[in-house]
Write a protein that binds this ligand. Structure first.
Ligand code: PMV
Length: 328
């Protein structure tokens, strides 16, 4: 690191999939086999500072998350690709921090690669369109393609980049309660998990065929701000995704007993007229979609059910952006 070099700082929020990307299409790096729809989570943030690595071109790029040096193999393809896209020769030195646990099913790779892409491009003084940035971030992690955008974001099957679907203020009452039931890092990365299910689950092909209609219903529900319609499509998407995992050979499961308790709790809340629609990703955490007026009730119910759960309320967030320059 060059001492005193402020570098370039980018901020990004993870993008929570309401309809899941799970499985890769052939023909490119991290091209999605299924269309996904997600929202940016304002309450979670990755802050990444990138500097020029003051070293010879032989040395590797460096990445630290929360001060911990990361395995370079996880980042090699990403850096090779971004260097060729930017026509840059330099090596990057990135330091990243999340205001939430890393690799615990809270999409830290999505916000991480989105922030890293923008900071690297800016450091090389190469302004890129959001579509280009999204395609670059995708090489790091598929869901990072969505994290480049704010608000409601779609990522069509087979597409190299995500697209904006609706701005952050499209549905002002929408809230997500992020329920952290475990802080441990997941044992199987989503990358390994989706490849394993593609190769071994007899349900995988049906999952892919069926995904388009669930996605179309969810998109219509977002357009109409119809939480029940969205919630029903969301549940089909995440539960069918997990069906591919528990039917894989050997099967694997990210859920913990606490996750299941919250799935049942949401069902009970809905039976009592309280809008609480859960979803989960490659980890044990449960994210509950609701409306601002229900937040106190849903939060109280979660905290009563699981005294150890950590509940964070989030609005729909912004796109990946540069931090304002100033003293750090
Ligand atoms: O982008 P990846 O490789 O971290 O995979 C994301 C997979 C899910 O989070 C489970 C679904 C999604 O669309 O974000």
């Amino acid at each position: 690191m060059t001492h005193g070099d402020p570098g370039v700082t980018a901020l990004a929020s993870p993008n929570l999939a309401l309809v899941k990307y799970w499985g890769k299409a052939p023909g490119g790096v991290n091209l999605p086999a299924t269309p996904s729809l997600g929202i940016s989570l304002a309450a979670l943030e990755t802050r990444t500072v990138v500097r020029r690595l003051a070293a010879t071109s032989q040395s590797n790029d460096r990445v630290e998350i929360a001060g911990e040096p990361q395995r370079s193999s996880r980042f090699e393809d990403f850096f090779e690709n971004i260097r060729s896209e930017l026509g840059a020769e330099i090596r990057f030195d990135a330091q990243s921090r999340n205001n939430f646990p890393t690799a615990a099913g809270l999409a830290s790779s999505a916000s991480g690669f989105a922030a890293l892409s923008l900071a690297c491009a800016e450091l090389c003084e190469c302004p890129l369109s959001p579509a280009k940035l999204s395609a670059i971030a995708r090489v790091g992690s598929g869901s990072a393609a969505r994290s480049v955008f704010g608000g409601f974001v779609v990522f069509p099957a087979g597409s190299p980049a995500a697209e904006s679907f609706a701005p952050p203020d499209h549905w002002p009452e929408l809230r997500v309660l992020i329920c952290r039931v475990s802080e441990s890092e997941k044992a199987i990365s989503s990358r390994a998990g989706m490849e394993h299910t593609r190769r071994t689950s007899p349900f995988y092909e049906n999952w892919v065929t069926d995904a388009e209609s669930v996605y179309n219903r969810a998109c219509r529900a977002v357009e109409q701000r119809d939480l029940e319609g969205l919630g029903e499509a969301m549940r089909e998407s995440y539960l069918r995704m997990f069906a591919t995992m528990i039917s894989a050979g050997p099967p694997f499961l990210y859920w913990q007993p606490e996750s299941v308790a919250l799935i049942h709790l949401c069902e009970r809340l809905r039976r009592n007229g309280i809008a609480a629609w859960e979803t989960m990703d490659a980890g044990p955490q449960v994210k509950i979609l609701t409306l601002s007026s229900y937040v106190p009730m849903v939060r109280a119910a979660v905290e009563q059910e699981l005294t150890t759960a950590h509940v964070l309320e989030s609005e729909v967030g912004l796109a990946t952006r540069l931090a304002e320059r100033g003293p750090s």
